[in-house]
Design a protein around this ligand. Structure first.
Ligand SMILES: Cc1cc2nc3c(=O)[nH]c(=O)nc-3n(C[C@H](O)[C@H](O)[C@H](O)COP(=O)(O)OP(=O)(O)OC[C@H]3O[C@@H](n4cnc5c(N)ncnc54)[C@H](O)[C@@H]3O)c2cc1C
Length: 466
């Protein structure tokens, strides 16, 4: 038998990691091509390195809690470039009533902070006694929050956390699809507090994560997250074809697939679409209209990332934390701001700071449509008032992402089931990427790993006889 031919569409982290896993599993028994639409790989992981600043365009790191990601990094030989976030960035803040409030992971400290009213804090503490949900209805994250910790805490803590992770609207997103662990914790232990206490006991004092943020430390690489992409680009040099958008896929009678790009047509045995779901839908529209319809229905949020550098002596607020999030009901035009140079000190020159501020998201796509100058002004105005800044930024970079982050809205799990049912009719066609079961980098790598592992399992007998 000749070598198995595998096509991967998309050269973001999902497609590139799939390439590494294919090489690892199949060795020389398969040949693979990664087709990337753009001139450079990386997808939403891009960077500007200029005048001493390192400004990530999208994600600025991953949480180090996922062993598979760390093993992947070790496997590709990049562990020595890992750059963990600075201890000084441990604190997180919420903006309420024109000031920043620290949110602490320690329950006593959290419950004595003035972020919530006394009634709100008591309601939060009552979570322990709240009755678990008694039906299987898909519930919004916001409704779950109101039910468990009360409306005020849902508005002040849950809503901004959701816009921080998904750029999403907590009243529209599904708890079960976005935070399946939380749903499971309630189901298994009856309350989140009971679940956290049980987990604390199990992990014997190790930090399980809490209201201040997710468990794990944000981790990047020396030179910013794009260092990972540059390294993968070198490793996959012979397999990666840039400026090669896949435009369609057809299935042949011998069960192979013809992959059509703007300038070529080639036959492959397996195809992995590691691209956003609406782009996968474009490719599959003629081949399988029903599947394409389901994929088109996964909504995405637009988001703008505004990177601004200032002279540190002109910032009146101590930047002793990760940054802050802004609850929707505070009526501000930003979702939150990350104090990048506190988290990763090498990302701004000495004596200067770098902020990455998020604007838009599911609720305010209109803001993302504004021009760069207007977004720069808007964010400068907001940061100046919140952080007491007295100068103009000396570094600016605005990135506007259209359809940046998939939104797992209520009904997402049903849609996934229909997608999987359609896919089951075709062996050899797979959907990778972050549109399905996790939006973070860890999820993207994990999904590619599971796809390649399952594909290899099915091919094992075939390639043994080669
Ligand atoms: C602003 C922002 C902040 C984020 N912050 C974090 C964070 O802090 N932590 C975290 O874990 N995650 C974060 N994420 C999410 C994380 O970046 C993504 O989950 C991950 O990068 C998705 O990678 P991907 O390869 O699946 O998709 P993408 O990065 O979208 O890559 C898809 C690639 O496919 C290519 N493509 C599209 N259509 C075609 C076609 N027809 N043919 C060929 N190629 C095609 C595109 O050009 C692109 O290169 C963030 C995302 C954004 C947008």
């Amino acid at each position: 038998m000749s070598k198995l031919r595998i096509a991967v569409a998309g050269g973001g982290i999902s497609g590139l990691s799939a390439g590494i896993f294919i090489r690892e599993r199949y060795g020389d028994r398969a040949e693979f091509v990664i087709f990337e639409r753009g001139a450079v790989p990386g997808g939403t992981i891009q960077v500007t390195r200029e005048t001493g600043y390192i400004a990530d365009w999208g994600s600025n790191g991953f949480l180090d809690r996922e062993p598979l990601t760390l093993e992947f990094i070790r496997h590709i030989g990049l562990s020595d470039k890992l750059y963990p976030s600075n201890q000084k960035s441990a604190k997180r803040f919420i903006f309420r009533d024109n000031r920043l409030w620290e949110i602490s992971a320690k329950p006593q400290k959290f419950l004595t902070s003035g972020l919530l009213s006394l009634g709100g804090r008591l309601r939060c503490a009552g979570e322990y006694f709240g009755r678990p949900k008694r039906n299987d209805r898909d519930e919004s994250i916001f409704d779950f929050g109101v039910r468990r910790i009360g409306r005020e805490a849902a508005e002040m803590l849950i809503d901004p956390m959701v816009s921080g992770v998904f750029g999403g609207d907590s009243t529209a997103l599904s708890l079960a699809s976005c935070f399946p662990r939380m749903e499971q914790m309630e189901r298994q232990y009856g309350s989140l507090t009971k679940a956290m206490l049980a987990k604390k006991k199990e992990s014997k004092g190790k930090k399980p994560g809490g209201p201040a943020g997710p468990s794990g430390h944000l981790t990047s690489f020396t030179g910013g997250l794009y260092t990972l992409i540059e390294h993968l680009q070198t490793k996959l040099h012979d397999n990666l074809r840039t400026d090669s958008p896949v435009v369609s896929i057809t299935r042949n009678t011998d069960r192979t697939y013809t992959v059509q790009t703007e300038s070529s047509s080639e036959t492959f045995d397996r195809v992995i679409l590691a691209i956003p779901s609406y782009q996968a839908a474009d490719i599959l529209a003629d081949f399988h209209p029903e599947l394409a319809k389901q994929l088109y229905e996964i909504p995405y949020a637009d988001i703008a990332v505004i990177c601004q550098g200032y002279k540190i002596s002109t910032v009146g607020c101590p930047l002793d934390g990760f940054g802050f999030l802004v609850p929707h009901n505070q009526g501000r035009d930003i979702l939150g701001s990350i104090w990048t140079s506190t988290i990763f000190p090498e990302q701004a020159p000495a004596g200067y700071v770098l902020f990455r501020t998020m604007v838009g998201g599911a609720r305010r796509a209109d803001l993302v449509a504004r021009n760069e100058a207007s977004l720069n002004d808007l964010v400068h105005r907001e940061l100046s008032s919140i952080l007491a800044i007295t100068s103009e930024p000396v570094f600016r970079k605005v990135i506007r992402w259209q359809r940046a982050i998939p939104q797992y809205v209520i009904g997402h799990s049903g849609r996934l089931k229909r997608i999987d049912d359609y896919l089951a009719g075709f062996d050899g066609l797979y959907l990778a990427g972050n549109a399905y079961i996790g939006v973070g980098l860890n999820d993207a790598i994990k999904r590619s790993y599971h796809i390649v592992t399952a594909m290899h399992e099915r091919d094992r007998d075939k390639i043994k006889t080669a």
